[in-house]
Design a protein around this ligand. Structure first.
Ligand code: SF4
Ligand code: F3S
Length: 104
């Protein structure tokens, strides 16, 4: 599976949603997650994210993000269409420690 990391938080560009062939993204208030049982590992979303928020489960440090994605994919609603990012998305692109400071 692939997983969304904290780099997505408050950016939510949703370019990933636009390209995913199986619509396996789920939307929280400040970030998206991937359902690990639905992701077919095609890798198409990874280079599309302007915040470089998507990683493969084989990437270093991926385990906590795969677990977080699994947890919230079960709780949040599916998102199948791209939408406008928040107006201040650019301010948050590349900011460190977003999970600690801005996750909700
Ligand atoms: Fe969707 Fe493919 Fe990305 Fe998995 S790797 S979330 S199937 S676009
Ligand atoms: Fe988030 Fe990147 Fe998708 S910022 S919503 S993972 S395009």
């Amino acid at each position: 599976t692939f997983a969304v990391t904290e780099a997505c938080i408050r950016c939510k560009y949703t370019d990933c949603v636009a390209v995913c062939p199986v619509d396996c993204f789920y939307e929280g208030e400040n970030m998206l997650v991937i359902h690990p049982d639905e992701c077919i590992d095609c890798g198409v979303c990874e280079p599309e994210c302007p915040a470089e928020a998507i990683i493969a489960d084989t990437a270093e440090g991926a385990v906590r993000w795969v677990e977080l994605n699994a947890k919230y994919a079960a709780l949040w609603p599916n998102i199948s269409d791209a939408k406008d990012p928040p107006p201040d998305a650019e301010d948050f692109n590349g900011k460190p420690d977003k999970f600690e400071n801005h996750f909700s």
